[in-house]
Design a protein around this ligand. Sequence first.
Ligand SMILES: *Cc1c(COP(=O)(O)O)cnc(C)c1O
Length: 220
Amino acid sequence: MSIPENIFRIKSTLPESVALIAVTKTQPVEKLMEVYNTGHKIFGENKVQEMLDKYEQLPKDIQWHLIGHLQSNKVKYIAPFVSLIHSVDSLKLLQEIDKQALKNNRVINCLLQIYIANEDTKFGLSFDEANKLIHSEEIKQLKNIRIVGFMGMATNTDFKQQIANEFKSLKHFFTKCSELETFNIKLTILSIGMSSDYLIAIDEGSNMVRIGSSIFGERY
Ligand SMILES: *Cc1c(COP(=O)(O)O)cnc(C)c1O
């Protein structure tokens, strides 16, 4: 199927409350334009340099989401335009995002990436670390960031029940933490689900899915 057909097929399966991030990593700008021309303008990239290159070449009304691991020293490059950072996993990174957001006279929306998989290849905070972070004194100093939710990735397995359980645990934590509301924390987004598991994620309460290969085909 073509890219536009894939986009329309996936959107038809998503409840209205669920936002779709088209994960465009490794894809050439021509293919991103095929998505753009369907009217879909929310793209996710996992590498800063690749996002920058594409940002420069493509229309300026695209919303760029950074979904991959972010190093503090690269925040400055995306701070002028990034629309949501899904992968915040430390106070130090959050402080740098705040500093760069201030320099650009804007507020940057962030998700905390929470580690839920039973693998050691994925980044993120434990529930305990995330809980400490959102209740910390330090976070209250950060005027130019907003924590708007959590992101998580399930274990790469065919065992659907395990994936569902991992998502369930994050949803539970999300619901608990949502009671906290401050000037820079208001949790409304739960970014869980990729091509292989987004239907499970939606069943478990996702309202933002990040889909690449089901739109573009396998990456090389
Ligand atoms: C690549 C990637 C995705 C999309 O993966 P697909 O299996 O191609 O849908 C989602 N989230 C993150 C963080 C990714 O790096």
